[in-house]
Design a protein around this ligand. Sequence first.
Ligand code: ADP
Length: 512
Amino acid sequence: MSQFEFISSSEDHPGSSSATEEEILAKAAHQALSERPRISVRLRISLVFLLCFLLTSAITVALIILISRISERQFFLETVANFHFEILQARRFEKNFFLYDANLQDALDQITKAKTILETYEAEIQSVIGNEDFEKMRSSLEQYDQQLHHLFRLRQDSSLQRSKEQEIIEKELRAAGTQILQYAADVILQERYRMHTLIHTSTLTATGSLVLLLLLMIYMASFLARQIVRPLNRLERHTQRIAAGDFSPILPARKYRDEFSNLTIAMNTMVYELKSHQEELMQSRKMAAVGTLTAGIAHELNNPLNNISLITESLLDDFDDYPENQKKKMLGDIFTQVERASGTVRNLLDFTRMEKPAFVSLNIKEVITATLKLITNEAMLNNVELELDLNDDLPLIKGNSRNLQQVFLNIFLNGIQAMPTGGKLSIHAAKTDERLIRVDVKDTGSGISAEHLDKIFDPFFTTKEVGMGTGLGLSVSYGIIEKHNGKISVQSQEGAGTIFSVFLPYTMNHTK
Ligand code: ADP
């Protein structure tokens, strides 16, 4: 059977002929759990990790773009620096020409290189210093180049006219050269500033991403706690409740169906099976108890009836032959057997009596002392020492004195009978924190074996010889204490002794 089919097949279980309220609730819980839209915890966790991965990838891509832009700018900066250098070199050669009449060709070569750089990076330089300044820079370079060429041509001429023209060109060359250098320095300055901004942005992006990732990690931790730890805690609370005997199904608490819903369905199935098995167990225990009861009644009544039958038979057969005193003895025996049978019936009646006996306010100390008077002789004969420890301030209880005396008499006599070679019977009574009076009756007798311990309250269960015990004492006592809203429990160790504890609720916190 699949775990999801258990409710529909509930009719298969013994004792579940019609759908009880609990079964309807279990069915509703099962349906609600199975019908929820499926979003597994695994999927949710995977999604969170995917989100993390995407975010980390986006941050990495952004940082890569920023770094490549920085390296582009770096390259451009170097180019502009080269341009600046070419112009400086040209100006140096120009100066040498004027001072030492050196070769002008070198200056022309430097300017050609500078012009190539300017043409190649035109767009970029424009974006840095703007169109207008770029055009001015270009025209200055053009002018410088032309003047250099002019000067180059004038070198061939040795007239006076040349030296005059040369003077004019020298001035113009200086002005154009200074201007170009000024523009180049401007580009370098601005580019440096741009690079600074880019590096600053990258630092900010890296720091911001780190903070974002940290926040995401915190969210993920709380998300995981919500998704895993919380349902686990909830299931733990439910298992405690189930362990305490509450078999009601676990109801859905989440919007979606996930691994925990499946676990809940499985647990509900388990609880359902557990409950049915417990019922089966109780049923078989009841049957066993009825069996013991029937066998007990048959045995307890059959024995005296058999004896009566044997005695009357022999009286009928040989009535005239028996002497008078023998006849009297035999009739006495018949009376004893009738008494024994009616004792069994009386016990049985006590055991099955349904009506509630009259309850009055009682002092438990008085009930116990009155009962003790009945067993003092028996204790003395069996060499049993009695020890009494009853608190003086015991509160009053509501109960029936005769019934309670019957309970304590049973327990005391059982204790004495468990110590055939003597021992000690201690009786201790005190209040508990749960508004109960606890009476402990402890003996140092034979104790009860583990195998018998859970049977001693069953009717007709006895380990005593025929005629010594009926096996009704404790079962009757159990019924009486239950009617008093109390409970009775036992602790025993074979060979060491037994403690019977009777708990009775008290109503008033004062003694009589
Ligand atoms: P009965 O005394 O007629 O046998 P009870 O119901 O009073 O019937 O007790 C059932 C069984 O419990 C006893 O036969 C005995 O085996 C066991 N029992 C009860 N009290 C004690 C005790 N104090 N020590 C040892 N065994 C005990």
